[in-house]
Design a protein around this ligand. Sequence first.
Ligand SMILES: Cc1cc2nc3c(=O)[nH]c(=O)nc-3n(C[C@H](O)[C@H](O)[C@H](O)COP(=O)(O)OP(=O)(O)OC[C@H]3O[C@@H](n4cnc5c(N)ncnc54)[C@H](O)[C@@H]3O)c2cc1C
Ligand code: FES
Length: 291
Amino acid sequence: MILHHPNTTSTLAEQVEIKEDLFMPTMAQITSIKKMTELEKVFTLQLPEGVSLGNRPGQFVEVSVLGVGEAPISISSSPSRSNGTFELCVRRVGDVTNALHNLQPGAMLGLRGPFGRGFPYEKFRGKEVLFAAGGLGLAPLRSLINQVIDERATFGRVIILYGARSPEELLFTDELKEWADRDDLEFHVTVDRGNDDWQGNVGVITTLFKKISIYPRNTVAATCGPPVMYRFVLMELLAKGISEGNTYLSLERHMKCGVGKCGHCQINDVYACQSGPVFPYSEIKGMEEAL
Ligand SMILES: Cc1cc2nc3c(=O)[nH]c(=O)nc-3n(C[C@H](O)[C@H](O)[C@H](O)COP(=O)(O)OP(=O)(O)OC[C@H]3O[C@@H](n4cnc5c(N)ncnc54)[C@H](O)[C@@H]3O)c2cc1C
Ligand code: FES
């Protein structure tokens, strides 16, 4: 366990070490649940008093629903807004996530983590930051986006590109509106298929790249989305001249233990749960199975 105690400076991770059991979850309470779309809900979780998550943007937790199982879920809220609680955006796809969707506020969940290597956002300071999120990929990127917004003065221009399949599938719509209204952010959104009310861009996320101009030598990019998106987004980012070392992507792999023990997430000789899920493209471009 790796969570953090504000008074004694112990993290959830340190608690794991205290328990000497990497597989022993700490219990957290669901304080609110917000339905985002037909498939996604956002859960706000409260850790036991005095324990904080101690996460960085891009990390994930292993969430267990008692009697059902465990699944890796990205931390969607930013550390800068933690306040003893944090958020997970969960799409219902199988046993654990459906069970989660059936819970009510007040229910308890098991948590292990935070795990993995997040975005090295300290390295982003002073640079222009380009975000490209596809679908549920906004969930982990939102953690970094809001961290950057909360420290806005320490970054150069900030550009956010977001694509969803349809207007009904857009996530965090209140926040998207706030981002669009800010004059210190450039925000572009697109959907693959519009509806009668949609007046914005229609087309896949790569259609947004022609709307932006960047200074590649001073730009870092962070992208997350479905596997099919990466190849095309990477082509656009590299065509814009952003270096492979400054292009970060978050890879989703089937994970079980989250701590480098089970091998489920292995890509060549790398365990994505520990070396990732965030990688600079320069590190994985030679790995056939990575993308
Ligand atoms: C680092 C990381 C971060 C993630 N963040 C989020 C997030 O923020 N929000 C979110 O909703 N999801 C997230 N996921 C995905 C989530 O962990 C999976 O969808 C998880 O499998 C859901 O568990 P489940 O029991 O509900 O579904 P499962 O029963 O695991 O089934 C989910 C789907 O995956 C298939 N599947 C499961 N295991 C395997 C396997 N070993 N091989 C092939 N196919 C398999 C199933 O057939 C099914 O279609 C993340 C995954 C990772 C690795
Ligand atoms: S999830 Fe078990 S080794 Fe990575």
